[in-house]
Design a protein around this ligand. Sequence first.
Ligand code: AMP
Length: 269
Amino acid sequence: MRNLSRLWETGTKVGFVPTMGYLHTGHLSLVAKSNQDCDITIVSIFVNPAQFGVNEDLSSYPRDLDRDLAMLSHYRVDYVFFPTEAMMYPEGFKTWIEVDKLSSILCGASRPGHFKGVATVLAKLVNIVNPDLMFMGEKDYQQCIVLETMLRDLNFHTRIVRCPIVREKDGLAMSSRNKYLSKTERKNALCLSQALKLAMELYRKGETKPDAVKSQMAELINKADGKIDYIAFVNQDTLQSVKKITPDTRVLLAVLVGKTRLIDNSAIC
Ligand code: AMP
């Protein structure tokens, strides 16, 4: 991949879609956008062990390369890069990237080390693939901000194109982890998107106090048996908590449904 990417011709726009595989329509929307905006599209599939905590789901994370390749065959994908763990982290690997502050809040607070793993693997992938544009989903909103900061701070030429969250018909944000949900949990999982909708409705009715909105969201989530990790109202660029909800606010949440940790977020408008 590295040998190929050194030879991208000047003027060829190269698009990159990094994924952990077990693809769904959300991933494919990123591929479609890259097809639209770029001359070449590369998709990577790599379940990155460095971004999983010790008690997390690395070993059970769904994997099916043949299925993924079949799904990608409907798009114009020039290369699929699926390195092994040994290729990405050979013996003696010692270098890690930390994006200060942004990595230890929200998801980073409950998943210590997660964004260190994400930033490191993405820096490696960007070095290997050498893309102009990297297509990433707003589903992982904090990840977009962390990686935009890393690319800027380390003088990479690659820029991120943020793409909207793709949802199931009933509102659940698509995720490879939705596969873990039992029938009842799948129903309960709707509480995330419903809570975001409620936040929007309350704001439209004039409520601008985060705590007032949070408590109503929490009530809805608790009723659906969801265990709240966090509900946060933050500035959409800095991820800092806000005291008043404005059009620049983003609401983010993480909820355990059964044993599955789900995340979702939305702009407030
Ligand atoms: P993952 O395979 O979970 O690491 O995700 C790979 C990329 O797909 C990331 O940029 C995610 O934000 C994006 N993605 C995952 N789910 C969705 C979704 N429902 N809508 C849009 N993008 C998504």
